[in-house]
Design a protein around this ligand. Structure first.
Ligand code: ADP
Length: 183
């Protein structure tokens, strides 16, 4: 089990599931959401219509349609409002909800984008630290269930990748972090 950080496009990932940084309507939008819907095709939007939205911090799953991934896990991240509206807890809840849902669907591999740090303006360094910490904690607590074995953070630009690499280095500098993450 491990956490890997790469530079890339999430729509090209051949993982069992990819995560969509959606909005609460689940009816598509800009950024990574728009890219996923463009590649998946109209079947994805049709299935999303039937889901009747999703609350911030929660997650819902659909098929992947024309994507290489079998499933898309949609999670609306928090919109940054200064940090006093529970944004950090909600962001952690997004990562955890997606991992729980992936495990429930027997996914062994899952790829995440950097939730909320785009249009939703969550500060990148803080968002990266929350993502890395939540994923590593989840893997440490759920590893023996042999379900999700590989988590990939797919960063769309160098700046984002640097922030996640840094967050992973910092998390690994604390003793006793198991499983060991790959750089
Ligand atoms: P949010 O509204 O949750 O902030 P955005 O889509 O605006 O979501 O941005 C989230 C992150 O996803 C940003 O780092 C953005 O650069 C990145 N992103 C955009 N397109 C893709 C893609 N095709 N693959 C991976 N990441 C992407």
């Amino acid at each position: 089990m491990s956490l890997k950080i790469i530079l890339g496009d999430i729509t090209e990932q051949k993982t069992d599931a990819i995560v969509n940084a959606a909005n609460t309507s689940l009816l598509g939008g800009g950024g990574v959401d728009g890219a996923i819907h463009r590649v998946a095709g109209p079947g994805l939007l049709e299935e999303c219509r039937g889901l009747r939205g999703c609350e911030t911090g929660q997650a819902k799953i659909t098929k992947g349609y024309r994507l290489p991934a079998a499933y898309v896990i949609h999670t609306p991240g928090p919109i940054w409002q200064g940090g006093g509206q529970g944004e950090a807890e909600l962001l952690a809840s997004c990562y955890k909800s997606c991992l729980d849902l992936a495990a429930a669907h027997q996914c062994k591999t899952i790829a995440f984008p950097s939730i909320s740090t785009g249009v939703y303006r969550f500060p990148l360094e803080q968002g990266a630290a929350i993502a890395v910490k939540t994923i590593l904690q989840w893997l440490a607590q759920n590893g023996d269930r042999q379900q999700v074995q590989q988590v990939t953070m797919v960063c769309f630009d160098e700046k984002t990748k640097q922030a996640y690499d840094q967050a992973l280095t910092e998390a690994n500098s604390f003793a006793g972090n198991k499983p060991k993450a790959e750089a």
